[in-house]
Design a protein around this ligand. Structure first.
Ligand SMILES: [Zn+2]
Length: 53
């Protein structure tokens, strides 16, 4: 289902890029996460966001 509301689309676009990835198991975590939700490792990296659209 395509998102027709422009505001919602902007939010969705940001949320696609703002999350943390666990270096250990590769699972996605929230951007505010301090620990991985799966393996509880603190070895998280932010998703790369060099694409500015
Ligand atoms: Zn993990």
């Amino acid at each position: 289902m395509p998102i027709t509301n422009i505001e919602h689309r902007e939010i969705a676009r940001k949320h696609r890029l703002y999350f943390m990835i666990c270096r250990k198991c590769g699972v996605r975590n929230s951007f505010q996460a301090k620990k991985c939700r799966k393996c509880r490792s603190k070895n998280l990296r932010p998703k790369k966001r060099d694409i500015t659209r």
